[in-house]
Design a protein around this ligand. Structure first.
Ligand code: DQA
Length: 144
């Protein structure tokens, strides 16, 4: 069975509460439940983690080296700042899909640069919680 690691970055634990006009009303627990249900239907194994800490996300990426066939990551604000997360992704060489709930290219200038995009297979941005579901679908297609 193919294995997919989903990483939610900083502040995403507050989904539902946090700027619902930008990020929607669905909380992280509900998104995770939907992802787990979809994974079951697709016949893939899924592991989901959330962290507010850059180094912890780097560690998580390293530790998945012998586990994940694909990574789905919403790096949150680290998207726009973290060379360390980018380097972790390129170091493990596991195909990675970058996800954003909001369309980062329609927002402030500082959000329009992603350090992650050049090391990702692709990016899904702007579909709210559905960005995650589309990413899971993309991961399954990628692993076939
Ligand atoms: C985000 C976009 C980032 O700019 C922001 O810092 C987030 C969430 C998104 O999912 O739209 O925390 O990654």
């Amino acid at each position: 069975m193919k294995k997919i690691l989903v990483i939610h970055g900083p502040n995403l634990n507050l989904l539902g509460l946090r700027e619902p006009n930008v990020y929607g009303n669905t909380n992280l627990n509900e998104i995770n439940k939907n992802l787990e249900k979809m994974a079951k239907e697709f016949g893939v194994e899924i592991k989901i983690v959330q962290s507010n800490h850059e180094g912890e996300i780097v560690d998580t990426i390293h530790h998945t080296l012998n586990w994940a066939d694909c990574i789905i990551i919403n790096p949150g604000a680290y998207t726009h700042t973290s060379i360390a997360i980018r380097d972790a992704i390129s170091s493990v060489n596991i195909p990675t899909i970058e996800v954003h709930l909001s369309n980062i290219y329609k927002r402030e200038d500082f959000r329009q640069k992603s350090f992650i995009a050049p090391v990702a297979v692709g990016q899904i941005s702007g579909f709210g919680e559905h960005s995650y579901y589309l990413a899971l679908e993309a991961a399954v297609k990628l692993l076939k």
